[in-house]
Design a protein around this ligand. Structure first.
Ligand code: ATP
Ligand code: MG
Length: 556
């Protein structure tokens, strides 16, 4: 009998952890070996982060290892650019793979096994065209029709298969198929194609091969060659599992096992590499690392931290049921992480000029302000105050409603970290627009040296003569539809692009911002978290908005 605590612990395991613990306990496996198998045909996205956290995270938890294996059997879409980017992203998340491997390294072995299958009567060369093969596969209700070439002798099949390898046939002229069951209720078991002819160079094997193995004939065997104990993939592969097991069984090789979990879907987000490539190719985004992209390089450029992404993956857990996760939950973790760690600066984005009429002419006073208010005695930055400054236009109202605690005619606010000012006069242009406020300051209210006097409003500001101009790229969701799996048939995903997903703003920043040395985003006080973009230079500072301070998500 389990005591209560053990029962508690048991309950909090996810289903893959339960399987792993049971396999270790029963001695079915001695140690855990998983693999992460990206196809190098695009950049990794947040969905892959979930898969990485499961594969690497669980192996780590049980003292096992994880291989990085490129699933590179389709040379037409693959590229070394992607191979390198994938490694960079995995390292960025903080995971370390055991071996770096390529399914293409197994081409020779796979070929030998195909000959064995031919000799054993488990595979045959089919001359039917692609269309005939699809047509004769049947439907879910009706069985398929056996190919007229299905009963070729092993000798004949071997000769033809070798000729396929030697380049004797054109693309599409012949394929190698597994001989299973044309009446199987699982369509994938109806004599699936193992090899097709492709005269395409491969990013690793060059022009050595003109026949390439299909995913199903490669994946399980690659797992088996590496002696992967738990081959974890997304739910759509569950129909492939019987075939995965069948190949391992007829080849009598190490029995790896496949387990499926639900893929991550996020609101207002698409994570299909093909569709993301479409956005890049059409110039809708600036590249794979555009901060609006759900790619890991995009998230990095946006200022999302690996810590936040991993906490998020941990929170959503591992399940068997497809779900759509609110993107605000991810933002919530980003905000949590940055709130604890980021340096604070003041930046005014919609400036209104303020002149302090009683400020001594030419005087500049420097204030020591904490970089993080949670540590008032911790590291600080120096902030200059002079007689001309800028505040946020939204922090003043000429005719404010009742609960407006910021500046109003005749009213007082504190300039954050410094003195209390009072608005004495509102200056307007000929069209009645407010262009300046004339205020006076109370020199007795310096928070460090003066007497404490409390006012409700506490607003951020920058000194006019010291302000640095910056450009801010403010991002919103790339799409307007919350559930992008619901794009209607007669529409395209590009019909749901958000025209305001990128808004360029200007800002006036306190000078210390541009000397910040932190490697995570900074907080613009009362606004949000921002990170210098790779386009950022000293002469032309550019910041990306990572996430706003306020949040409408209620974390459960
Ligand atoms: P896409 O559909 O975006 O092209 P993919 O499934 O083709 O992605 P792969 O490179 O084949 O991408 O995937 C590598 C691993 O990541 C696979 O095990 C796959 O199941 C997993 N994976 C891909 N997308 C997601 C997702 N949204 N959530 C969780 N895991 C995912
Ligand atoms: Mg894939």
């Amino acid at each position: 009998m389990l005591n209560n605590m053990e029962a508690e612990e048991k309950k909090s395991l996810n289903f893959i952890e339960e399987i792993m613990e049971e396999d270790l306990r029963s001695g079915k496996v001695n140690s855990i070996l998983t693999r992460f198998p990206p196809e190098p045909n695009g950049y990794l996205h947040l969905g892959h982060a979930k898969s990485l956290c499961i594969n690497f995270g669980l192996a780590e938890k049980y003292g096992g290892k994880t291989n990085l294996r490129y699933d590179d059997t389709n040379p037409s879409n693959e590229d070394v650019e992607y191979v390198d980017a994938i490694k960079e992203d995995i390292k960025w998340l903080g995971f370390e793979w055991d071996k770096e491997l390529y399914a293409s390294d197994y081409f020779e072995q796979l070929y030998e096994w195909a000959e064995k299958m031919i000799n054993d009567g488990n595979a045959y060369v089919d001359d039917q065209s692609q269309e005939e093969i699809s047509e004769n596969r049947g439907t879910v209700e009706t069985p398929g029709i056996e190919s007229p070439y299905r009963n070729r002798t092993p000798e004949e099949n071997l000769k033809l298969f070798r000729e396929m390898r030697d380049g004797k046939y054109a693309e599409g002229e012949k394929v190698l198929r597994a001989k299973i069951d044309m009446a199987s209720p699982n369509m994938l078991m109806r004599d699936p194609i193992m090899y097709r002819i492709k005269y395409v160079d491969h990013h690793r094997t060059g022009d050595k091969w003109c026949i390439y193995p299909m995913y199903d004939y490669t994946h399980g065997q690659s797992d088996s060659i590496e002696r992967i104990t738990h081959s974890i993939c997304t739910l759509e592969f569950d129909v492939h599992r019987p075939l995965y097991d069948w190949f391992i069984e007829v080849l009598e090789i190490f029995p790896s096992h496949q387990y499926e979990f639900a893929r991550l879907n996020l609101t207002y987000t698409l994570m299909s590499k093909r569709k993301l490539l479409g956005l890049v190719e059409d110039g809708i985004v600036s590249g794979w690392d555009d901060p609006r992209m759900p790619t890991l390089c995009g998230a990095r450029r946006r200022g999302y931290t690996p810590e936040a992404i991993k906490m998020f993956c941990d929170k959503i857990g591992v399940s068997k049921r497809e779900q759509l996760i609110d993107i605000q939950l991810l933002e919530w973790f980003v905000r949590q992480d940055l709130n604890a760690r980021s340096n604070r600066y003041m930046v005014v984005q919609d400036p209104l000029k303020v002149t302090i009429s009683n400020w001594p002419k030419g005087k500049v006073e420097w204030f020591d302000c904490p970089l993080n208010p949670a540590e008032p005695e911790g590291p600080s930055r120096k902030v200059p105050l002079s007689g001309e400054l800028y505040i946020e236009r939204a922090d003043f109202m000429e005719e404010p409603p009742k609960k407006f605690f910021r500046l109003r005619p005749g009213g007082e606010v504190r300039l954050k970290y410094t003195y209390i000012i009072k608005c004495d006069e509102v200056v307007k242009d000929s069209e009645g627009n407010i262009i300046e406020l004339i205020c006076s300051y109370d020199p007795t209210t310096n928070p460090k040296t003066g007497e404490w006097r409390s006012v409700r409003g506490n607003i951020h500001w920058v000194s006019g003569e010291h302000a640095r101009k910056i450009t801010i790229r403010d991002y919103d969701h790339l799409f307007t539809l919350a559930d992008m799996s619901q794009v209607p048939e007669d529409k395209d995903y590009k019909d749901f692009l958000n025209p305001e997903s990128l808004v360029i703003r200007k800002g006036l920043a306190e000078p210390a911002l541009l000397e910040d040395k932190s490697d995570i985003p900074v907080q613009f006080e009362r606004s949000g978290y921002y990170v210098p973009d790779p386009d950022h230079t000293e002469a032309e500072p550019v910041f990306n908005k990572t996430v706003s301070l306020k949040d409408s998500y209620k974390a459960g």
